[in-house]
Design a protein around this ligand. Structure first.
Ligand SMILES: Cc1cc2nc3c(=O)[nH]c(=O)nc-3n(C[C@H](O)[C@H](O)[C@H](O)COP(=O)(O)OP(=O)(O)OC[C@H]3O[C@@H](n4cnc5c(N)ncnc54)[C@H](O)[C@@H]3O)c2cc1C
Length: 294
């Protein structure tokens, strides 16, 4: 049985560095241990919160009354196959990309600036530069307290930053289809994409990535919030990034309440100025849904 550790602060498990204690944290290292952890949660009547790198997660200051699951060991390992990779759900995108490049496999470069895991990528259908997980995903092994099954993208219901997976579905393995590529060319593409990111986004600050999804239409959420005059706007220790208005930075001891207050303000201004109801992209843990703007 995997160890269950009580009271770990979510602030330590998220890139924004905000959030109170989880009821308990399990760190399964195999599919069997993961199944046991999920059955333990079910038996104890606990919600499950799987956390990858916590790079798109905002957790409540009061903590989260759930069993947090962090995938480790073989569930965070990466193997090269003929024309792709099999990654543990907890494998970081950076490690997947390195392994792919060294094996002369291209196609994952778009993920170079996405600081998450293979499982988090599937659940969020993460993407950048016109590509997303659905372009490279062959299938994902989804484990629940009851069973495990390999699911293809269509079964996962992947859409823009969305999948149909529920909170007790854990992505334990991810199979990627990649194509032959020269390591030097892959390296050059990654360097170029990372440099572009650094110019436009606060990559060296504590954030949780995009706050809102881009609404339909010409103007992205970041540009919209910039036109609302929100760059640099601060509540408590949280600040709308002066570099990109669709990011919130933990400027100085931010709380989740500070971040939520900024989100409420940003949605109100976007509604007033553009008539648009922005939809959050960041996943909330232990937090109430944002109030409607009308
Ligand atoms: C600086 C920065 C830049 C970013 N740029 C981008 C970008 O360009 N494009 C983009 O799409 N995103 C971007 N993000 C957001 C984030 O990196 C992605 O959404 C990423 O895929 C989240 O992965 P994660 O492992 O950190 O997931 P987490 O943040 O840990 O979790 C996100 C959601 O996925 C669930 N989850 C995580 N792992 C699993 C699993 N194995 N099984 C089941 N559920 C799981 C969680 O429960 C939660 O619901 C950025 C974030 C930052 C901080």
């Amino acid at each position: 049985m995997t160890d269950i550790e009580p009271g770990v602060p979510l602030a330590r498990l998220t890139t924004i560095g905000v959030g109170g204690p989880a009821r308990a944290v399990a760190r399964p290292r195999s599919v069997a241990e993961l199944g046991e952890a999920l059955r333990f949660a079910r038996a104890e009547g606990l919600d499950v919160l799987t956390v990858g790198l916590g790079s798109n997660l905002l957790a409540a200051d009061e903590g989260v009354d759930a069993l947090v699951v962090r995938l480790e060991g073989e569930l965070a390992a990466v193997e090269v196959m003929d024309a792709g990779l099999v990654a543990g759900g907890g494998a970081t995108n950076a490690v997947c990309l390195h392994r792919a490049r060294d094996a002369g496999l291209g196609g994952l470069e778009f993920a170079s600036a996405i600081p998450g895991t293979a499982g988090g990528g599937v659940v969020m259908n993460a993407g950048a530069y016109g590509r997303d997980w659905s372009d490279v995903l062959v299938r994902a092994l989804v484990v629940t307290a009851e069973d495990e099954s390999w699911m293809a993208p269509a079964e996962l219901g992947l859409a823009y930053r969305h999948s149909e997976l529920g909170t007790t579905d854990v992505v334990a393995r991810v199979e990627y289809r990649l194509e032959p590529g020269l390591p030097a060319e892959i390296k050059a593409t990654v360097a170029e994409l990372v440099a572009r990111r650094k110019e436009t986004q606060p990559t060296n600050k504590r954030t949780f990535g995009s706050v809102f999804k881009n609404p339909p239409g010409e103007i992205g959420a970041g540009r919209m919030l910039e036109l609302c005059g929100l760059k640099g706007h601060r509540i408590g220790g949280a600040m709308i990034s002066p570099k990109h208005a669709n990011f919130i930075e933990n400027a100085d001891g931010a709380t989740s309440a500070d971040c939520v207050a900024l989100m409420v303000e940003a949605r109100r201004r976007a509604r007033d100025q553009f008539g648009v109801e922005l939809e959050r992209e960041v996943v909330f843990a232990g937090l109430a849904e944002l109030p409607a703007t009308t």
